[in-house]
Write a protein that binds this ligand. Structure first.
Ligand SMILES: NC(=O)c1ccc[n+]([C@@H]2O[C@H](COP(=O)([O-])OP(=O)(O)OC[C@H]3O[C@@H](n4cnc5c(N)ncnc54)[C@H](O)[C@@H]3O)[C@@H](O)[C@H]2O)c1
Length: 276
């Protein structure tokens, strides 16, 4: 591959992906609204840009084979705050991809697009959208945009509904954990699978208690290896009995299922500040 673009490159997951992606292409163009990382890989070029700026996105994607779109506000926030980066930013990426004849958008979607479904329903990739927040609504919007641009404009997309890519610190994460190694494998599969059309896949490790079904995404060859089960006993003991009637426990969205619209869900996740 000649040119690959990664958005959200200054973020936590972007930082994990830069090195492995740099090995898949002649030139890796990384971008974020923040300053450039301290050091760049040999074939990496960094462009500071706002996802809300369509002309900037069109110029960024010029000559690109694919774009890996991870840039966004990664938490629930007021609709007006999310509108530019998460909604308009997604439109700008798909429109810039179309105008530049970019083959595929590999997109960091989220479980929060379907966060109000019950975990006991063991949903597949065909579960209807059921967002838990404005943040989840933006992921629904981007997934529908991906479907539209595939059907009407032939831009392929892999929408990876990541469950939780952070360390296992709570009972929910025993099922929802996506390790960094499995994230890298997932993104590599989304890029290297010859034909994807419009695909959805859950970003979750090989957890014994994974609450979602990826059977219909088998064509991507995503075979995660890590498993959160060794953490289960200690975490369940620490958390104590959970109220089964609390949507924060029973729904896929976890704390996002109970926060007020516009209020942070991440702040309820009990994450180590170094890993958020
Ligand atoms: N971390 C998870 O567990 C998880 C779960 C589901 C989905 N996701 C998605 O994965 C992606 C990356 O998540 P993360 O945890 O690395 O989040 P992050 O906040 O660390 O990274 C997101 C990056 O996007 C950038 N960004 C925000 N607004 C921008 C704008 N207007 N223009 C350009 N860049 C902008 C931020 O500066 C940041 O560096 C996000 O789209 C998030 O919604 C993450």
């Amino acid at each position: 591959m000649k040119k690959l673009v990664l958005t959200g490159a200054a973020g936590r997951l972007g930082g994990v992906l830069r090195e492995p992606l740099s090995r898949l292409c002649d030139e890796l163009v990384t971008t974020d609204i923040l300053d450039a990382p301290d050091s760049l890989f040999a074939n990496e070029r960094y462009v500071q840009a706002d996802l809300g700026d369509l002309p900037a996105m069109i110029s960024l994607l010029e000559g690109a084979d694919m774009v890996v779109h991870f840039g966004a506000i990664g938490d629930e926030a007021p609709f007006e705050t999310l509108l530019k980066p998460n909604f308009i930013g997604a439109y700008n990426i798909w429109e810039a991809a179309y105008q530049n004849k970019v083959r595929r958008v590999v997109y960091a979607s989220s479980i929060h697009a379907v966060g109000m479904h019950k975990k006991t329903d063991f949903i597949g990739i065909d579960a209807p959208h059921r967002p838990d927040t404005f943040y989840g609504l933006a992921k629904c919007f981007a997934e529908d945009l991906a479907s539209l641009y595939w059907d009407k404009r032939g831009v392929e997309a892999v929408c990876m509904r990541i469950l939780s890519c952070a360390q296992v610190t709570n009972s929910r994460a025993v099922g929802s954990w996506l390790s960094y190694d499995d994230l890298i494998h997932l993104v590599e599969q989304a890029i290297t699978t010859p034909i994807t059309g419009f695909s959805i896949v859950y970003g979750v490790s090989n957890n014994d208690r994974a609450p979602v079904d990826n059977a219909a995404a088998s064509h991507l060859g995503y075979r995660p290896k890590d498993n959160a089960e060794p953490f289960a006993k200690e975490i369940y003991a620490k958390d104590g009995p959970l109220d089964p009637l609390d949507p924060g426990n029973s729904c896929h969205g976890g704390p996002f299922a109970i926060v007020e619209l516009g209020q942070s869900g991440v702040s309820l996740l009990n994450l180590d500040p170094e890993d958020t």
